[in-house]
Design a binder for this molecule. Structure first.
Ligand code: ARG
Length: 460
């Protein structure tokens, strides 16, 4: 059978493999709601402009509503012979309302149609992600407020460096996620222009009103260049790069959950709801969800690199290569939604082991910087000299297998005679974090205020 849409030029139908490589309906049916909304806006505009009769426009609108409910109800039959969502909808419209269906495609092409559908779809996806990220930030900020003063080791090189609080550590992710949301909203703002009416590539000779369809569909304005409108997918690339950076953040946190929940660290535990057992080792409680959050990052990066590669050599305007924009995007979006939800779930579920974290915070001479700062502040030593004196004191403690606060005053005075009893006040981890009162520092009062400020902002 020759094709319904271009049968005039074609005597016979495609080879089966041609159909298999060409059809996109299996994945672009996800655009059905946007496709129908775009068609309704286009038909209404055509009628307002006198390009389509009021009767035909009404029949088209009614038919499109029927199709929308058939798809919602699962009773719509999608056909690969009809290639994509656009032609599936139009063919069904013809079955429902007859020849008036053929007037819908006036002053429009599948090229501006698919670009419109996809922009609408990505816009909705970005809005959903933004609120999912708000929920995740809220879960993290809530834990941060509850544990604003729980001392844990802060790490550099994964070596205990200086004590911080658990709340401070969690709020670092709240900050990262807020920049992710900024990138998401930025992408949304830039993508919100309408390609509809660019037609195949050059615009149309019909007196269409592109401002009107743009407004109806919630776009800020029509895109100003018809070639650009049908041929760029930077809005997908921008979204995927924002998702990739977000995925990096979530993967780093997931990695920390994996490390922290190990028996060696035992800083946090996850409940039955967020762990799995082992079929052979009864003692195991595995952080599979965190590991999969870490791993799904690969799909998201993959979609970005894949689409960058698809686009890089394409001459203007549309080429069928661009149909390969959707599948990886949908896959990356599904992964992104899942990882955001999973990390929100784990963030709420995490139980910190405060004693264990505090003990670890004190190990490894993590208050050595506090000792050096004390020497500067109280004895007026230049920092470099204080660093040197502290190094000798740490060396003594380490050689004799003791913590800093287990050394005697006399032992320290043998290295620096002016040290007094008061030095012991800065050698404990609690005092160490309390002293970090500089803006953005880990002092518990700072952390509490930041967590509360975030919770207030996130609830707005
Ligand atoms: N399914 C196509 C896509 O996703 C729709 C546009 C087809 N345009 C064309 N000129 N063949 O890109």
């Amino acid at each position: 059978m020759s094709n319904k849409m271009w049968g005039g030029r074609f005597a016979s139908g495609p080879d089966a493999i041609m159909e298999a490589i060409n059809a996109s309906i299996d994945f672009d049916k996800r655009l059905h709601a946007q496709d129908i909304a775009g068609s309704k806006a286009h038909a209404a505009m055509l009628a307002d402009q006198g390009i389509l009769s009021k009767e035909d426009a009404a029949a088209i609108a009614h038919g499109l509503d029927t199709i929308a409910s058939e798809i919602e109800a699962g009773s719509f039959t999608f056909s690969a012979a009809l290639e994509d969502i656009h032609m599936n909808v139009e063919a069904r419209l013809a079955e429902l309302i007859g020849s008036a269906a053929g007037r819908l495609h006036t002053g429009r092409s599948r090229n501006d149609q698919v670009a419109t559908d996809f922009r609408l779809y990505v816009r909705d996806a970005l809005d959903d992600l933004d609120s999912a990220l708000n929920a995740l930030q809220t879960a993290l900020a809530t834990q941060a407020r509850d544990h604003f003063d729980a001392v844990m080791p802060g790490f550099t090189h994964l070596q205990a460096a200086q004590p911080v609080t658990f709340g401070h550590h969690l709020l670092a992710y709240v900050e990262m996620l807020s920049r992710d949301r900024g990138r998401i909203m930025d992408a949304r703002r830039r993508l919100n222009e309408s390609p509809l009416g660019a037609a195949a590539l050059a615009g149309t000779s019909f007196p269409i009103d592109r401002d009107k369809t743009a407004r109806t569909l919630g776009f800020d304005r029509p895109m100003a260049n018809s070639l650009d409108a049908v041929s760029d997918r930077d809005f997908v690339l921008e979204t995927l790069s924002a998702l990739s950076i977000m995925a990096v953040h979530l993967s780093r946190f997931a990695e920390e959950i994996v490390v922290w929940s190990s028996a060696q660290f035992a800083f946090v535990s996850l409940s039955d709801a967020w762990t799995t057992g082992s079929s052979i080792m009864p003692q195991k409680r595995n952080p599979d969800a965190a590991e999969l959050v870490r791993a799904k990052t690969g799909r998201i990066f993959g979609a970005l690199i894949g689409l960058l590669t698809v686009m890089k050599g394409l001459p203007l305007a549309y080429s069928k290569d661009m149909q390969e924009d959707k599948e990886p995007f949908f896959d990356a979006l599904d992964a992104a939604r899942l990882v955001v939800a999973a990390v929100a779930g784990m963030a709420g579920d995490l139980k910190p082991n405060r004693e264990r974290m505090a003990a670890a915070a004190g190990a490894g001479y993590s208050t050595a910087t506090d000792l050096a700062d004390w020497l500067v502040r109280e004895l007026g030593l230049p920092f470099r000299e204080a660093h040197h004196v502290t190094g000798r004191i740490v060396g003594l403690a380490s050689d004799t297998g003791r913590d800093l606060n287990a050394l005697s005053l006399e032992e320290m005075q043998a290295i620096e005679p002016r040290i007094t009893e008061a030095v012991f006040s800065v050698l404990g981890v609690e005092n160490s974090v309390k002293s970090r009162t500089s803006y953005g520092g880990t002092a518990p009062d700072n952390v509490k205020a930041q967590a509360e400020a975030w919770l207030g902002r996130l609830a707005e």
